[in-house]
Design a binder for this molecule. Structure first.
Ligand code: NAP
Ligand code: MG
Length: 398
């Protein structure tokens, strides 16, 4: 057959360890035989990031902005142990942090459903996509353990020197206080990213905060979301037949447990941290989660939500063909190719991405799967395979 052509390239960000190994197998067996793959390649391996002082990561971010679409392999975030292991010159910051900062983006995560892996929440028939605001609040807090009686105050000093001062509490004994913040700019970007993602997927948006208790702080979130919606998205949402729905966070949680799924749940930073783990665990495996970073300008970077699967990599280095699940990595590629196809108007490429996703899931539904899924499957797996065998099975169905 003649290969499917691409009009424009996607930025390809290679990574580390087991996911880097699988990245190449996926390309060789599932993409290159069918697609005349156009990518701009950036090697984000830990050694390359160390050598270039992270210049490579900034270049990759610039490429995503220029091309509009990127696909990323999992990467090591360095720590003292990694510096020793890879003989690095210094501790480099998290590449995902750099990319998020450069693109000013929000990460959206959604579980991938297959018939033979049961979700623990029976009412969830469709994936719940979770969008977490990844800036501020308790993650950039300032805390004091107060030693004894005294007055805790909140003070803002304007550039003009004017003060706004409020008493938090006149404290009779030792205790704790905490200061947190957010910015209108960041909340606006977050709201835009959420509405953009939902419009792209044609799904409703739910947002919950605690504005009855936190009238100013959470109230600001609620107001900004409403304003961005009314001014920039209302008409587009109505045309697409989707809705924006605000409710109190506790009401949102109660409704989520009884809903069918199939919406984007926008969460403040802490809520998103906690609730994304709840959704992931209810749906089974870390390798069955898609993840995409969306910028407020409409740039998309697709990745797997798991890490480099370090333990499997060490076994692989000893010669073992590990049973590492490549589904999330495959879906990172199909997400990026489908987005490229949509932007370029190339339906053959979109169809290919869809067929590859179907073949990937059909293999599991046929009872052929990696070990992580075999632990959860009902009916039981017919055949537990290693990553290479699994990818071959997908290729034969494709
Ligand atoms: P991890 O790579 O996500 O793996 C943790 C464990 O989860 C694995 O040991 C494995 O469990 C299971 N697992 C994850 N993905 C799997 C898959 N595809 N198939 C089968 N099992 C899978 O997290 P980690 O070991 O904590 O982190 C390793 C490195 O990844 C770290 O250097 C970290 O900095 C980096 N990291 C990168 C990203 C990213 O780039 N997006 C995200 C998170 C972590 P079993 O061992 O029980 O089989
Ligand atoms: Mg968490």
């Amino acid at each position: 057959m003649s290969k499917i052509q691409m009009k424009n390239a996607v930025a390809e960000l290679d990574g580390d360890e087991m996911t880097r190994v699988l990245w190449k197998v996926i390309k060789d067996k599932l993409l290159l035989p069918y697609v005349d793959l156009k990518t701009e390649y950036y090697d984000l391996s830990i050694t390359e990031r160390d050598k270039t002082d992270d210049k490579i990561t900034y270049e990759a971010a610039a490429a995503i902005k220029r091309l509009g679409v990127g696909v990323k392999c999992a990467t090591i975030t360095s720590n003292a142990a990694r510096v020793k292991e890879y003989n690095l010159t210094h501790l480099t910051p998290s590449p995902n942090g750099i990319l998020r900062g450069e693109l000013d983006g929000t990460v959206f995560r959604a579980p991938i459903f297959v018939k033979n892996i049961k979700c623990n929440v029976e009412s969830w028939k469709k994936p719940i996509v979770l969008g977490r605001h990844a800036y501020g609040d308790v993650y950039k807090n300032c805390e004091i353990k107060t030693p004894g009686p005294g007055t805790a105050e909140l003070v803002f000093t304007g550039e003009d020197g004017k003060e706004i001062r409020k008493t938090i509490k006149v404290m009779k004994g030792p205790g704790i206080i905490q200061g947190i913040h957010n910015t209108d700019e960041s909340i606006k970007s977050f709201a835009r990213c959420c509405f953009m993602y939902a419009l792209d997927k044609k799904i409703d948006v739910w947002f919950g905060a605690k504005d009855t208790i936190s009238k100013i702080y959470d109230g600001d979130f609620k107001e900004i979301f409403q304003k961005v919606y009314d001014e920039e998205f209302k008409d587009k949402f109505e045309a697409a037949g989707i809705e924006y729905f605000y409710t109190l966070i506790d009401d949102a949680v109660a409704r989520i447990m009884k809903c069918e799924g199939g919406m984007l749940w926008a969460c403040k930073n802490y809520d998103g941290d906690v609730m994304s783990d709840m959704i992931a665990s209810a749906c089974g495996s870390l390798a069955m989660m898609t993840s995409v970073l969306v910028s407020p300008n409409g740039e998309f970077e697709y990745e797997a939500s798991h890490g480099t699967v370090q333990k499997h990599y060490y076994r692989y280095l000893k010669g073992e063909k590990t049973s590492t699940n490549p589904v999330a990595l495959i879906f990172a590629w199909t997400g990026a190719l489908a987005k490229r196809a949509e932007l370029d108007g190339t339906p053959e490429l979109a169809q290919f991405a869809e067929k590859l996703e179907k073949a990937t899931l059909a293999t599991i539904e046929d009872g052929i799967m990696t070990g992580d899924l075999a632990r959860l499957a009902s009916p039981a797996a017919k055949k537990i395979v290693n990553s290479w065998e699994y990818i071959d099975e997908i290729a034969s169905r494709l």
